[in-house]
Design a protein around this ligand. Sequence first.
Ligand SMILES: Cc1cc2nc3c(=O)[nH]c(=O)nc-3n(C[C@H](O)[C@H](O)[C@H](O)COP(=O)(O)O)c2cc1C
Length: 194
Amino acid sequence: MIYEERKSIRKYKAEMIPEDALREILEAGRLAPSAKNRQPWRFLVATGEKKAEILNAMEQGILRTKKSKVMPEKFKKGLASAENTLRIMREAPVLVLVMNTHSGDPYGLNFAGKRVSEIHDSLSIGAAVENMCLRATELGIGSLWIANTVYAHKEITAVLHTKDQLSCAVIFGYSDEKPAGRPRKAFDEVVEFL
Ligand SMILES: Cc1cc2nc3c(=O)[nH]c(=O)nc-3n(C[C@H](O)[C@H](O)[C@H](O)COP(=O)(O)O)c2cc1C
């Protein structure tokens, strides 16, 4: 099954993927289901120098979070993982930033009142990202779904000149590794027939 074949890829070859394959991956995202069919997404595709510029902004955001005196220590615990993710993102030839066009700054005050639609739109965006990762797998292209962009929301959206929420990112490229399947909870642990 394609969903069993998909694995998070953390080592990439420098070789660019063909443009038509990239378009097919993005098309799979476009066709995903969404709450109320709101399609709350926009996919910003970056390669080459643009990708480098965005990832430099991400590095600045990680540094800011590191130095921050107001960010909770629990939040900062993920910083080492974010630095590792950034290194992987620099390796992959294609970066797709997944914007939530229905939500703004996740740290802003207007956030709380929109809680329900925000959850629904995030679920919809998850469907779009998974569709893209599965299509990439079918096309023999590796992918990594990334939420560690959260440490640099301010810096990355500034470079993109957008007020949309940066929901997450996904990278695509030819895999330079063959990871074993990561463990999953047992069927009976996660499924309950009522
Ligand atoms: C919403 C989401 C965010 C993720 N963020 C990151 C990330 O920032 N960095 C990273 O290396 N992996 C990230 N991952 C990949 C997970 O670590 C991975 O899916 C999980 O360990 C299971 O491994 P598998 O994808 O190979 O089955 C993310 C996955 C999801 C679904």
